[in-house]
Write a protein that binds this ligand. Structure first.
Ligand code: FES
Length: 153
């Protein structure tokens, strides 16, 4: 199938690639760039494990076509820490013990960052609603909401 050339910025680094038109952003990140922090759970937009930020907005990277991202700024879990200093929400996940198996955690954290930046943190219920696209099969929701609350202040 046809391929396209795209230039985008991932975690502050500009990259140009030629990809099959059907390649998802998730596969671009994991298979072309070796950024395996974003997880492939359902690969169908239902679990949120693949959540990243594109131009500051939360997206399911499994549903996003890479060739559509000309000029976009993508932030993944690998780009969140500042050197050795964790992002406050990463620290809050540790403080609140907000994971068990950890598989959904990168997506939860990226979604939580989006949730905070969007200002949807007025109450635990609001956080829960705006984080509802991110499934946790271990059932850590109460602690995940606490971690978002801790970070939002
Ligand atoms: Fe993208 Fe599940 S892997 S939403």
């Amino acid at each position: 199938s046809p391929a396209g050339r795209v230039t985008l910025t991932v975690n502050g680094t500009r990259r140009t690639v030629t990809v099959d038109n059907r390649t998802s952003l998730l596969d671009l990140l994991r298979e072309h760039f070796g950024l395996t922090g974003s997880k492939k759970g359902c690969n169908a937009g239902a679990c949120g494990a693949c959540t990243v930020l594109v131009d500051g907005q939360r997206v399911n990277s499994c549903l996003t076509l890479a060739v559509r991202l000309e000029g976009a700024e993508v932030t993944t879990i690998e780009g969140l820490a500042d050197g050795d200093r964790l992002h406050p929400l990463q620290q809050a996940f540790i403080d609140q013990d907000a994971f068990q198996c950890g598989y959904c955690t990168p997506g939860q954290i990226m979604s939580g960052v989006g949730c905070i930046e969007e200002g949807h943190t007025g109450s635990p219920e609001e956080i829960r609603e705006w984080m509802s696209g991110n499934i946790c099969r271990c059932g850590c929701y109460v602690k995940i909401v606490r971690a978002v609350e801790q970070t939002a202040g």
